[in-house]
Design a protein around this ligand. Structure first.
Ligand SMILES: [Zn+2]
Length: 350
């Protein structure tokens, strides 16, 4: 199984973050491991919605991950833990490198180089495929997002090195409530960034249709203007109706755009009321021949792993559980990691 949608900010265990914090000597409000652990122990009772979730935790985890050593250790342990918990064969981790320079104390180049090396080490040690996706931000300026895209292009995948693929794609993350997914002017500039990344051979994924804030209209607009290879979430598709539903499904199917579905986080952020909504979506995309796979999004923060996500949805789908068997195959075909798509075995040099 391959996890295509996992944020570094929500994937690193509190014990690892605590040790990084102590070693770095960074001054924070956390006085003990218990303090930090408790802060990072998250349930849906803690939030109102997705914006609340995004705003509350990531500034802390991103701050602790903000040095070359910290970023390298963080990516290493995020993948190693996923391997030990769910025996994943591959993982694409996404993060925003600009949010790890600690207010400009570190260079972007040093942070990125450190994460590339952390991924190379973990691929070598655990024989897993790894790739990195740089997330731009819906709340960031065009200039900041251009910086992220230029960095992705500069560090564009070095090919398959014992399963480590380096930087393989770009993403757009951040609050849907910014409204940028339906803002023509904003999207015009963003589409230039995307084309620049695509021309360099990077894969394109985009968070949209996770909540009604971007909605079905946002999802259709992103398909038309950005033309992503994959969509992060896209679960509002279940609410599409009439001609719009036909248009959207046809675009997704004809362009083979894989929906990266992350059930648990949608429940935690109250983007869905029950997992039955995800089960209905899976029945719908199966009927419509639209590729999909399950993913973890923020495995540490929301206490999940890839096997647990598949088990959860198998249980929810009941008699239709067999529909999930196609998930790993879709993930493999939609991966931005060439070694995964080609089914290349990992033979580490001994
Ligand atoms: Zn996400």
């Amino acid at each position: 199984m391959i996890d295509l949608h996992c944020h570094l900010g929500g994937a690193v265990p509190s014990s690892v973050l605590w040790e990084i914090l102590c070693d770095s000597g960074l001054q924070t409000e956390f006085r003990s491991f218990e303090n930090l652990h408790q802060f990072l122990t998250v349930t849906s009772k803690d939030f109102h919605d997705l914006d609340d979730f995004l705003g509350r935790y990531f500034h802390v985890t991103e701050l602790i991950q903000s040095s070359p050593h910290a970023a390298s250790t963080a990516v290493y342990h995020a993948v190693a833990k996923a391997y030990r918990r769910a025996e994943i064969k591959g993982m694409e981790i996404r993060y925003n490198p600009l949010k790890r320079v600690h207010g400009g104390h570190h260079t972007l180049g040093a942070i990125i180089m450190a994460t590339v090396q952390g991924m190379q080490r973990v691929s070598m040690h655990y024989h897993v495929n790894t790739g990195m996706i740089f997330s731009m931000g819906k709340e960031l300026s065009h200039a900041s997002n251009w910086t992220i895209v230029e960095a992705a292009v500069a560090f564009c995948s070095h090919g398959n090195l014992n399963g480590a693929h380096g930087v393989v794609g770009i993403d757009m993350a951040g609050p849907e409530s910014t409204g940028v997914d339906t803002d023509d002017e904003w999207l015009e500039e963003a589409s230039r960034m995307v084309e620049h990344a695509r021309a360099a051979g990077l894969g394109i994924t985009w968070h949209v249709g996770e909540t009604d804030a971007s909605g079905v209209d946002g999802m259709e607009k992103i398909m038309e203007v950005i033309k992503p290879d994959r969509i992060g979430h896209g679960i509002v598709l279940r609410k599409a109706e009439g001609k719009q539903r036909e248009r959207l499904c046809a675009m997704l199917r004809e362009r083979n755009v894989c929906l990266e579905i992350c059930p648990s986080v949608n429940k935690v952020t109250k983007s869905i009321d029950s997992f039955d909504e995800i089960a209905d979506l899976i029945r719908m995309v199966d009927q419509e021949n639209i590729p999909f796979c399950l993913n973890t999004d923020n495995p540490y923060l929301i206490h999940t792993n890839l096997s647990a996500e598949y088990d959860l949805m198998r249980k929810t789908l009941g008699a239709d559980a067999g529909l999930l068997d196609q998930g790993p195959g879709h993930a493999k075909r939609a991966s931005f990691m060439s070694g995964v798509r080609e089914g290349k075995p990992i033979n580490p040099i001994r």
